[in-house]
Design a protein around this ligand. Sequence first.
Ligand SMILES: [Fe+2]
Length: 357
Amino acid sequence: MNMKDQSLRVLMVDDSEDDIQLIIRELKKGGYNPVYERVETADAMKKNIEEKQLDIILCDYEMPKFNAPSAITVLKKANIDIPIIIVSGTIGEETVIECMRLGAQDYIMKGNLSRLCPAIARELKDAEVRSKKKQAEFQREAELDALRQNITEYKLAEEKLQQTIDKLKHVIDASMQVMVSAVETRDPYTYGHQLRSTNMACAIATDMGLDQDKKDGIKMAGGIYEIGNLCVPAEILSKASKLSNIEISLIKEHSLRGYEMLKNVGSPWPLAEIVYQHHERMNGSGYPRNLTGDEILMESRILAVSDVLESMSSRRPYRPALGLEVALEEIEKNKGILYDNAVVDTCLKLFREGRNS
Ligand SMILES: [Fe+2]
């Protein structure tokens, strides 16, 4: 912008129109196009600085009803950032220092106005820098506020979600208890077997350092992983003699039956899949889908080991208990073949240390 075009909104705090005209002439000489308002009292000054957009205040030192220190005080009280320059007759060094201490930016003698325009240019530049800095601070504060608001909203949403999950878990827990009771009523052996096997599975999962969600999944699935047995005729489950091939294949269907019963249950854990996989083996020799290695959920690998250990240690309708030692030998012998390495290691360690429940 051409300096000749630079408009300047000035508040003249002065009682002498002649002096003002001298100042105006100097401003025009310096390339400004001044628009000014003249005030001589504190009230008039206050009204102007509060209601008008001003670039600079040029203030005489002594007026009949007002003076420069009072004018500076009015400006500071209003807390508006407008540069104020004392333009006056000779007032003495101490008075000048006092005005600067109160908040004036500069002092120009009326008898020598040559410094006026350079001083105004400097003050306008400084005011612009302060204004930009203030704007940046304001924007940063607004962004921080928005961020704080987002965090608060996120936390509230998270709390609400957690409450919903907790409620859902309670509902699922209650539903599972109904299923557990159904299994218990029809087949007390399966109920007791599931209970002991799940306790062992939970101990293994804890020692392996599984996260809480997986441990909860094991606990929940553990209560119903043999639920498919409800579809197996009771006389087969309790048959004391050797089972025929057809009877064995009917029993083997319990994994799939359990999966079908649970697959539509909305749950935070993969309950149906854990149940479906609890007879799968690491080398693919399990049933019903011959899954291998990582295809099998860790929850199912743990339940598989605790299930085998519990089954072999206990009496079955068709055979006496094989004993804990035989059961431990079985899982150790097939470690890494049928059963997950880490699960077997943890299980054996728990038994050795007597922490097996
Ligand atoms: Fe089973």
